[in-house]
Unconditional design. Structure first.
Length: 211
């Protein structure tokens, strides 16, 4: 028998989806308080980045770790690894996360016209909500924690949780700092990933044991 990751609470995807839906509605309606907050944060980071070109260069390089190609490559490799090890539920989970996350934010970019900050430190022409890089990073981080948790001791669990959270937060920060996204785009990416990974875990029955 193989130990499988525990599933997230049943309420988690519902709460995440509800929060994502509310944020989506506010973004689509250009809710003034949210627009002002986006503008204020982005303006401050524009000034900060303009004065620190070396930092911006590093962020441009490191943010690419959460691009779609690396995300899909890692997900496909994990799916294959678990399939070879006959850990079917984990393989299905990885396949679902790898497929649904980029498709979901890609559809959102196509369906919702939400322009990105003007004259950012990186040039991206597509719509911005939710952040694809952030969705990828958060999905990877959450999935990694679910996969490692039942397979490791307390110290490794804590280290994995800390590293995964730091990675997702760093990617989210880098997208805002590079003016590739508004802060609300990044929050949307976190919520989308949280919802989709939770659903994938339940669909794959990760709370049960492969025999």
């Amino acid at each position: 028998m193989h130990r499988c990751p525990a599933r997230p609470p049943a309420a988690l995807p519902l709460v995440a989806l509800a929060a994502f839906g509310v944020l989506l509605g506010l973004v689509a309606a250009d809710w003034p308080p949210l627009v002002r907050w986006d503008d204020t944060v982005s303006a401050a980071l524009r000034d900060y980045g303009t004065a620190r070109p070396t930092l911006v260069d590093w962020l441009r390089t490191l943010t690419s770790l959460a691009a779609t190609i690396p995300f899909v490559a890692v997900g496909a490799a994990a799916t294959l690894l678990f399939a070879v090890r006959r850990e079917r539920r984990s393989a299905v989970f990885c396949a679902l996360v790898t497929a649904t996350v980029p498709i979901a934010w890609g559809v959102m970019h196509w369906a919702l016209h939400n322009p990105r900050p003007v004259d950012g430190f990186v040039v991206v022409e597509s719509s911005g909500f939710p952040s694809g890089h952030t969705s990828n990073a958060a999905a990877f981080a959450f999935a990694l924690v679910l996969l490692v948790w039942p397979r490791a001791g307390a110290a490794t669990r804590a280290a994995t949780l800390l590293a995964a959270t730091a990675f997702a937060l760093f990617i989210g920060f880098s997208r805002v700092a590079l003016l590739a996204h508004w802060p609300t785009d990044v929050i949307g990416g976190f919520l989308l990933a949280l919802a989709l990974v939770s659903v994938a875990a339940r669909v794959a029955n990760l709370g049960r044991v492969d025999g």
